[in-house]
Write a protein that binds this ligand. Structure first.
Ligand SMILES: O=C(O)CCC(=O)C(=O)O
Length: 264
């Protein structure tokens, strides 16, 4: 099925879809960030990662919303699992940059068949550090990530800037509730947030169930699973990935949310 979003993704390596989720759900996502930070005061708000989500019913409810899965399905087909999800919430004035990188350089996936949806929890603008991409670079090879801590940054690494033609970078401006979609090879990053506005986005990495997650032993949960592997739609492929149970709502492990009593 061809449509404008797919055409743009195929040509440029990214696409924008505005007005995907409703304001009430985005308000819950925003409250979720505060809830996660209150429980994990040792973490910076850019570091609310997939290792926190195994038992979090709201997080799983959010990323399995049909409006998001319908977009993911256009790119990876009907059998959809989650690989990872991560809030990168850049606080006003000192939100950290994300240095130029390609996601596929550091993801343990085989094959690298995966699509990212980036959900705007706040309006995402050049002044508060919106995501930036270099269109067309989805066709370039994956470059090695080099450790780089010269300035505070979310990944503590990035690719060599000689691979990046910053003059062709595009700002992905989104209203809260909108989504950008990007390819695992596209070169992208974001600037620090020096503005008075928070910039929060939720990355969501969807894989077809034919993509294998390769885990190191120290990355497994006590049930021997990748912490954020969930089967979300369609069928699993036998022998590829063990999926976590979809968490039921419990007040110990999840923020209360609309419909939580009837969730799964
Ligand atoms: O949120 C950001 O600024 C960067 C996100 C990113 O690098 C990603 O989604 O792969």
């Amino acid at each position: 099925m061809q449509d404008k979003v797919i055409d743009q993704y195929e040509r440029d390596g990214y696409a924008l879809v505005q007005d995907v989720l409703d304001a009430d759900l985005i308000m819950e996502a925003s409250a979720h960030v505060d809830w996660l930070l209150a429980r994990n005061p040792q973490l910076r708000p850019e570091q609310l990662g997939h290792f926190l989500m195994t038992h979090d019913a709201f997080w799983v409810r959010l990323i399995s919303d049909d409006r998001l899965l319908d977009i993911a399905e256009k790119f990876i087909g009907p059998n959809i699992a989650l690989f990872a999800s991560h809030y990168i919430s850049k606080p006003p004035y000192d939100g950290q940059a994300v240095l130029w990188h390609q996601d596929g350089s550091y993801w343990p996936l085989e094959p690298m068949d995966v699509v990212t949806l980036w959900l705007a929890v706040d309006d995402s603008l050049p002044e508060n550090g919106c995501m930036r991409v270099i269109p067309g670079t989805q066709n370039t090879n994956l470059q090695e990530m080099k450790r780089n801590t010269a300035t505070p940054n979310v990944l503590n690494s990035g690719i060599e800037t000689s691979f990046v033609d910053e003059s062709s970078a595009v700002d992905l401006v989104l209203k809260k509730g909108g989504v950008s979609v990007h390819h695992p090879n596209i070169i992208h990053g974001s600037n620090a947030n020096h503005s008075p506005l928070r910039r929060c986005g939720l990355t969501i990495r969807y894989i077809p169930t034919s993509t294998r997650i390769l885990m190191e032993d120290n990355q497994r949960t006590s049930e021997n699973r990748w912490p954020s592997a969930f089967l979300l739609r369609g069928e699993a492929v036998p022998g590829i990935n063990e999926y976590n149970q979809i968490p039921r709502y419990t007040p110990e492990n999840s923020m209360p949310f609309r419909g939580c009593e009837n969730w799964k």
